[in-house]
Design a protein around this ligand. Structure first.
Ligand code: 13P
Ligand code: SF4
Length: 338
């Protein structure tokens, strides 16, 4: 049983993400009964709650069974015995869980549940690009809809994009939809002497494109000992001035293994908030950005979808699209684990 006091003791120390992640005793009094009811209902309904590291700390620490990056969460979804999966993140991640588990009920509590990358390209547009570029292998970022995955050869996440692009047996690649990640991929392959022609689309993540290298210079002046970590959705200048580039979980692992005491994480605020709780002796400096789609996951909505989901909360996919999208995801697992 969670009490308001125990919750406040845990979350009250978070000092990042402005008011969104500020925990008062009042707020904890409101959250504790919701957390207890969700945890009871979860057992009763044989449900599992998967939460991305960007969602609010009361969800991650109060009710989630697993939290991680998009690759880890898709593996958690693939391996679960639960009958119902509540995916506390954004819609494309919940769709991935449904693609992997057609027989399970997959619920998405966030509303609005978009993502500026997943919304940047449609399946129809990929079909057109494929017709114009018949010799290219189409690689999509996991931040895409099931329709887009159904049209692509293999999908990637921020944790395996460079490895998969290197290993696909074609030197002509069309990467969709993240322009910045695509440009970073071109740089990475060039730096490693791998000669491939890469075409890219024009999508961006509105939370990551805000960062620039001047912020890093400023933080390095203020905190000369701080290590700078960035996500591959940031621009090339940011990556060039970072000490480490990786997916959200790879950043967590890097911080845990580092002997440094201060870190500037150029990604969504949820990651720094999560690490502030898990590693209270480390300091997280500088700024961070909020993803309104990830932060739209509330305890109230998780409870509501567990109790009585509405049609809009239930992920359903056309079976033909699902099967073709499954091939795209299975190829990612094969390249990553093979
Ligand atoms: P990760 O797979 O690194 O967690 O990234 C997901 C995402 O949406 C980043 O904006
Ligand atoms: Fe999409 Fe960006 Fe939000 Fe990640 S942070 S879910 S890429 S909008």
């Amino acid at each position: 049983m969670v009490t308001a006091e125990s919750l406040y003791k845990k979350l009250g120390n978070i000092k990042i993400g402005g008011n969104v992640c500020k925990y008062t005793m009042e707020k904890c009094k409101e959250y504790a009964p919701l957390i207890n009811e969700i945890n009871e209902l979860k057992k009763e309904k044989n449900a599992v709650i998967l939460a991305h590291s960007y969602v609010s700390p009361e969800v991650i620490h109060g009710v989630s069974d697993y939290s991680g990056d998009s690759y880890e969460l898709s593996k958690n979804a693939q391996g679960t015995d639960a009958e119902t999966i509540v995916f506390s993140a954004v819609r494309f991640m919940a769709e991935t869980a449904k693609i992997l588990n057609p027989e399970k009920q997959v619920l998405i509590p966030s509303s609005p549940n978009g993502c500026t990358l997943a919304d940047a390209i449609s399946g129809e547009e990929v079909k057109r690009l494929k017709a114009e570029n018949p010799d290219f292998t189409f690689i999509c970022y996991i931040n895409t809809t099931a329709e887009v995955k159904a049209e692509c050869d293999v999908c990637v996440t921020s944790s395996n994009v460079y490895k998969i692009a290197e290993n696909v047996p074609n030197d002509k690649i069309f990467f969709v939809p993240d322009k910045l990640m695509g440009l970073n991929l071109i740089e990475d392959l060039k730096a490693r002497g791998i000669n491939k022609t890469i075409k890219i689309h024009h999508g961006t993540c509105y939370a990551h494109e805000k960062y620039d290298e001047d912020m890093i210079q400023y933080i390095r002046q203020q905190y000369p000992d701080a290590e700078v970590l960035s996500h591959p959705e940031c621009n090339a200048g940011v990556l060039k001035h970072s000490d480490y580039v990786g997916s959200t979980s790879q950043m967590i692992n890097y911080v845990k293994a580092s002997t440094a005491n201060a870190f500037f994480l150029l990604t969504e605020c949820g990651l720094s908030a999560r690490l502030q709780l898990e590693l209270p002796d480390k300091k997280f400096v500088g700024t961070c950005t909020l993803c309104k789609y990830m932060k739209a996951n509330t305890l109230e909505d998780i409870l509501r979808v567990l109790k009585a989901p509405e049609q809009k909360d239930i992920v359903e996919l056309d079976e033909e699209i699902r099967k073709r999208a499954l091939h795209c995801i299975s190829e990612m697992f094969r390249y990553t684990e093979g």
